[in-house]
Design a protein around this ligand. Sequence first.
Ligand SMILES: [Zn+2]
Length: 115
Amino acid sequence: MHEISLIQSLLTIIDDHAREHGFKKVNQVSLSCGRLSTVEPLALDFAFKILTETGICAGAELKLDILPLKIHCFSCDREFESKNGDPTTCPNCNQDQVTVTGGWDELQLIEMDVD
Ligand SMILES: [Zn+2]
């Protein structure tokens, strides 16, 4: 479960921020990742819970925003975003000359609510 190491590096970043900005408690952490990234949301939640039982993030809420897929259509030469599934046809022209061009974004820290 690589989510453990993802959360560990996230917590290191948060600790650094805390030292730098002097906050004492984190209430909420917002993350994002691409739909095609290898992050498993449930495993990520679980890893966050067990790794934040103590420390600055104890009791904090984890929010994960899953970014949509980006698709390019060769028939009409347009870009689209798709929130569900793997699209095989273009939502604009209905042709199947589409390719996925984005959605592999790694886990990113978007914002934190701190005291
Ligand atoms: Zn199209």
